[in-house]
Design a protein around this ligand. Structure first.
Ligand SMILES: Cc1cc2nc3c(=O)[nH]c(=O)nc-3n(C[C@H](O)[C@H](O)[C@H](O)COP(=O)(O)OP(=O)(O)OC[C@H]3O[C@@H](n4cnc5c(N)ncnc54)[C@H](O)[C@@H]3O)c2cc1C
Length: 286
């Protein structure tokens, strides 16, 4: 597989299964290649698992895809805890599963969250009362061509947000995990996944929650209260199961999803006075 492709369709790299082509699609396999690509194309869009993005129908000029940065290591345990390092392209759910097999506790919440370790750090991904911030010891970033370690505090991690230096790329992340009982870890993971299956439309393409929850409330509750559940624009539909999810019924375009997003934002603003903040990231022109 070559490390650079032209006119690569992006839909297959997103959980929405939507999006036009990348004029240039780059797949670094080492940090040196990543630094080289980032130096040449500083405006390139960094793509992890594509589980929190809406890519425009026209696509994007340059995309740097990190799924191949998948190194993994564990430091010798100290006082019952272990520092586990995974490359930014490592699947977050696969890491959670692996930690269970090694009897290490702390990433049970990650089980079932789609996407990569890098994306999880950038989004401070979380579920079932846990989030990246709680277990991140440090992340290694590429900033201005140089590799440097940052603590969670320095990354400004907060609810589904981070404040990375401009143009920075996460190369790997180190989690501080505690030794625990494998059976108990597995039980918690299964419980988390079960809750997810009951509340989220997992059998149909989406990008997870579209909006961040406003303080003291839930975006899904507000959207549902305004009668949006099941509302469609073309192939894009507000999920019947969870009103903060927009699903692709199979033929949705990015323009249709975007139109639905705008409709929700405007109706919520005029109906409640609340300005919803988007959690998903738009890629390309809208
Ligand atoms: C069905 C479903 C359920 C979901 N449930 C949850 C949930 O319970 N909790 C939750 O928090 N999220 C959830 N999400 C959202 C999503 O899975 C998370 O936000 C995830 O952490 C995104 O990771 P990713 O690798 O897919 O990132 P992408 O979607 O590829 O990218 C997201 C953003 O991060 C940037 N980025 C990605 N990797 C890097 C990197 N290495 N360096 C710098 N920038 C980078 C991208 O440029 C983009 O701005 C869900 C999504 C789906 C589809």
């Amino acid at each position: 597989m070559t490390k650079a492709r032209k006119n690569e369709p992006l839909a297959k790299f997103t959980t929405f299964r939507i999006g036009g082509p990348a004029e240039l699609f780059l797949m670094p396999e080492t940090v040196e290649e990543l630094a080289d690509f980032c130096g040449k194309y500083p405006e390139g869009f960094i793509l992890g698992g594509g589980s929190n993005v809406l890519v425009s129908d026209e696509g994007a000029p340059v995309v740097i895809f990190l799924k191949k940065l998948k190194n993994f290591s564990v430091a010798a345990p100290e006082n019952g805890s272990s520092a586990v390092t995974a490359g930014s392209g490592y699947s977050f759910t696969a890491l959670s599963r692996k930690m269970c097999g090694m009897g290490l506790s702390g990433l049970e919440f990650a089980y079932g969250i789609p996407g990569t370790v890098g994306g999880a750090v950038v989004m401070n991904a979380g579920a079932s009362g846990g989030e990246v911030k709680d277990v991140l010891e440090k992340a290694t970033l590429l900033v201005d061509g140089k590799v440097r370690d940052f603590s969670g505090r320095e990354l400004g991690l907060s609810y589904r947000k981070s404040e990375l230096p401009k143009g920075a790329v996460i190369v790997s992340a180190t989690f501080n995990l505690q030794q625990g009982d494998e059976k108990e870890i597995e039980r918690r993971m299964k419980e988390n996944l079960e809750k997810r299956k009951q509340t989220q439309p997992l059998d149909i393409p989406s990008a997870g929650s579209v909006f961040r929850n406003p303080p003291g409330d839930f975006a899904g509750r507000i959207i549902e209260s305004l009668g949006f559940k099941g509302r469609c624009v073309g192939g894009a539909q507000v999920s019947e199961k969870h009103a903060n999810f927009i699903v692709n019924q199979g033929w949705a375009t990015a323009a249709q999803v975007f139109q639905l997003i705008k409709m929700i934002e405007e109706t919520v603003k005029s109906g409640t006075g609340i300005t919803l903040e988007r959690e998903i990231k738009l890629v390309g022109n809208f």
